[in-house]
Design a protein around this ligand. Sequence first.
Ligand code: GLY
Length: 366
Amino acid sequence: MAASVTLTVELGARAYSIVVARGVATLGAEVTRALGPAHGRRAALVADPTAARLHGAGVRAALIGAGFDLVELPVEGGEPRKQLATVEHVCDQLTRAGLDRHSPLFVLGGGVVGDLGGFAAACFLRGVDYVHLPTTLLAQVDSSIGGKTGVNLAAGKNLVGAFWQPRLVYADVATLATLPPRELAAGLAEVVKYGVIADETILTRLETRWPAPGNPIDENLLQELVADSAAIKAGVVTRDEREGGERALLNFGHTVGHAIEAATGYTALLHGEAVALGMLAACRVSVRYGGDPVLEGRLRKLLARLSLPTDIDNYLTDVVLDHLATDKKRAGTHIRFVVAERAGKAHTELIELSELRALFTKGALS
Ligand code: GLY
């Protein structure tokens, strides 16, 4: 694969590129092109401290080389820090550092720092430009693309936020080499999701080319999977920025996945692990709506190969099913549930919550 692949999120005047690169050799030039001549020199690097320690040197050198006068703001990752108080703290620091409305924010790290940094960019001085530098697989294929920014409330995840699109996403797949294996696997769950909803070849590539645990991962394959997943998300966001329709397909596996996360206190499982389980549950519902009955077995085998959990039957407890009823995407007594027709094709169905509950509890699906 080429040293970098460039995709576009086509949103008219707010269009932006996603660069999937190996290394940061082109970061300075891409940032200069994306931000144009009007931006100020003063800028902030909002960074997860671990990402900054591992990958900050190259990023700083590229941005300083591109003419930026950088102030660095460390923001710890982790869901407990994803709260309004952290955004207030970041905005406060931006003010103290003398940033103005022409000052861009560079956001380095995974999903939590990305959502927080993006939301700070949306709020600070009523909105400033920002660039995502995602360093986890989950952030590179999902959360950095599409402009969903925000924080959690005590009442639930992502309940406060804004759609605020970045000016550039620069995903350096070399950063994935330092991810803990469990976190890499959790990101792969989202890659599998794209295979199910849009492109079966993603599944076949994972089935045939992903190495057994402990073996080195081919960087070409990783770059290919990130680029193809990002391209699917970019296409969906281009056609449905505000989740009026097609964007909901990105929630395949997430309805039950979110319920499992909520029921287990957001600590037992990583988001991608819960999504892996949720995809298996969604396959079972899908069969009731005409979906291919072999898909669940195929996914189960693939998820196990990727070191992701597959014991969905242990998770379909009353507590999890109670959490389904509080899903923020439900409409009254119904929920818009993503069903897979077959590998590579999905659609949504409006399903009564009581029907879902009955499907999961009566053993009718096993
Ligand atoms: N992660 C789902 C979305 O961005 O719409």
